[in-house]
Design a protein around this ligand. Sequence first.
Ligand SMILES: [Zn+2]
Length: 451
Amino acid sequence: MRPDERVSDGRVTDGQVASGGAELSVVRNGHIIDPASGRDGIGDLWFRDGRIIDRPSEDEAKGPSVIDAAGRLVLPGLVDMHAHLCEPGYEYRETLESGAEAAAAGGVTGVACMPDTEPDLDDAPAVRFVRERAAGVPVHIYPIAAVTMGRAGERLTEIGELAGAGAVALSDADRTIRNPAILRRALEYSRMFDLPIIAHCEDPSLSAGGLMHEGRHATRLGLKGIPSIAEETIAARDIMLAEWTGGRLHVTHVSTAVTVGLVRAAKERGVRVTADVSPHHLALTDESLSSYDTYLKINPPLRSRADVDALREGLADGTIDAVASDHTPRSVDEKNTEFQEALPGAVGLETMLSVVHTELIAPGLLTWRDAVLRLSTAPSGILGTEGGSLAVGSPADLFLFDPEGTWTVDPASFKSRSGNTPFAGCVLKGSVTMTVVGGRIVYRCDVPESS
Ligand SMILES: [Zn+2]
């Protein structure tokens, strides 16, 4: 975001600035919201050696680095369960480093990256490669490993070895596992390691050739539709297999009202199912495709107003556990082409919270407490990672958010290597002003006071 477009005063620091992870630091006078520790109010947050600590005694509390958070929310770092970071293999779209910088700019301190790289993350050395490459980047990167070799849907990966190498979940990314016998075995094996299977639910025989949501707008625009049932039949099947095996299923980027209902009913039966929704599915409908803007071409597609309303309701009542970006970088050439040819997908790390704030929190559809649960606490719990909490002993992964200002989305200023956002030019409410990972400032928005 360009400083000249920011309406609010972007100053975030006062006095000494915490820069390293080791020294004693305090975030002063911010509004701390942390459901995990029950905090919700103005206060100070102390940390040292990369961890949250209790307020030290007067003697010990001398000379800390001070972060002035007056007028800011102080929140646990967001954890994004679904991002494509494209390395190895597609570095022209994104790298682990550029993706991590984009995450930091969005208040995201932990990112789970999908295995649809080149080569795929389908064996232990590939998972270790990502972990080693990610050791030096500004946020935590959690690799998701493939369920099947080459994500071809035929032969299971070595799930135990992948878990041992550090995979936090299993997924064939944006491919549905067509063969239910394979998914059954994946759910059974992953149970032993308590890893969730993250399912992209799409029956390719029903969605084949589709370019947008099947409905009256697709008819009017003359574009072949992707029917809701393409998602719902697979979601129903996968939930039944999870129920039958006792395995953990996570339905990602839920896009239809019926899928929300399937997840809600399954949870009532005690099925081990969780779900996430992407910010663009919460904010945009298929009506926006009237412009034939390829930046609105996304898979699953933007759905109807009724679907968006059901997704919002499902998020608010906890049926949908998490918001995940489905950050999918694409090059200009991959987007600036015929609608039929353009690759689907949108980047989202840098706009995720501001979109949720603008669309749901500011209008009163979602409380801040629930927003923190959906964007930080719950995804961290589903993946079994540290974070998602500002309780004493937790990692000092947090960020400051200015809820008052507005900014205009400008892809040219993104940290991401790709600018394929459906929100370009949109005015969003509230912005991330500082991000801290392991006690170290990894992002700050240095905007002159006069802006
Ligand atoms: Zn995806």
